[in-house]
Write a protein that binds this ligand. Structure first.
Ligand code: SF4
Length: 276
């Protein structure tokens, strides 16, 4: 797939905060629809209506240019309390954010509000730009790391910054006193599920002093198709085994869970599954 092509459209939104179904998040805030990082396993594509658009995930982005103004009105209304998750569907620090600065403006709005907590998740070191606004008392920050192997990351997360840059960004944020975590996931059979691969991520969590939240591949609609398209040129990847292997009750997942928990326990790193 040609990831260098990107269709950008600028839209107006009517709502900024959307009730969230994620555990521990009350409202979701996503300044962009679509994500330029184009991860082959991303299930954000499952929320789209058509297969063609879903399979071109990574090549279009809608920019919600007024989201910070809508957000300011919403939080002033006093109706929104609890935890706000930034980047629950698409990456808030994807490359276009350096031009549009919508996430920054939303973070600025939220850094002045009481009665809320904000959790940010990203795969980009661009978050370091906003450390002047990310108050330790109000925010926590998570960075997604699937693997420290830059060659594998390049295949499965073609336009995201390399894992080493994400780790140093997380370290910078952590050193400022902000609570941090690594999202280790998705863990994918035969790609990033072996002991050494997981251990390298856990070692980084230990060094930074952050916890790990982990999860497996989630094969929502069109994810298998996307992975098939991306991986077919890399030889004999057993793509057809994924639906069985990645069931929440599968032997594979039970094994991986035990592996992650054991490595974390041995190294003294707190960890928990994203979903029980
Ligand atoms: S960075 Fe996140 S939202 Fe963006 S494509 Fe990757 S998984 Fe999807």
């Amino acid at each position: 797939m040609d990831y260098n092509y990107l269709r950008v459209s600028v839209v107006e939104c009517r709502y900024a905060l959307i009730p969230s179904r994620l555990p521990d998040v009350d409202y979701a805030l996503n300044p962009y629809v679509g994500c330029e990082h184009g991860c082959i396993y991303c299930y954000g594509r499952s929320m789209l209506r058509g297969r063609v658009e879903a399979l071109s995930w990574g090549r279009f982005v809608k920019v919600k240019r007024n989201i910070h103004r809508i957000l300011a009105k919403e939080v002033r209304s006093g109706r929104f309390k609890g935890v706000i998750g930034i980047g629950t569907v698409t990456d808030p620090y994807q490359p276009l954010e350096s031009r549009y600065m919508l996430t920054r403006q939303c973070v600025e709005v939220l850094s002045d509000v009481g009665d809320i907590h904000v959790t940010i998740q990203t795969k980009s070191d661009l978050i370091v730009r906003d450390v002047d606004l990310i108050k330790p008392s109000l925010f926590d920050v998570g960075v997604t790391i699937t693997t420290m192997d830059e060659d594998i990351a390049k295949i499965i997360e073609p336009k995201a910054p390399p894992p080493s840059r994400r780790i140093s960004a997380l370290e910078t944020v952590s050193n400022l006193g902000v609570d941090t975590w690594i999202f280790l996931g998705p863990i994918i059979p035969y790609l990033n599920d072996d002991y050494r691969c997981i251990e390298l991520v856990v070692d980084n969590a230990k060094r930074i002093g952050c916890e790990i939240i982990y999860d497996k591949l989630n094969l929502r609609r069109w994810v298998l198709d996307s992975m098939r398209m991306a991986l077919e040129e890399y030889g004999n990847y057993p793509i057809d085994k994924l639906p069985l292997l990645t069931r929440r009750s599968s032997e594979w997942w039970m094994d991986v869970r035990r592996r992650v928990e054991r490595i974390c326990r041995d190294k003294g790193v707190r960890c928990s599954p994203a979903y029980l």
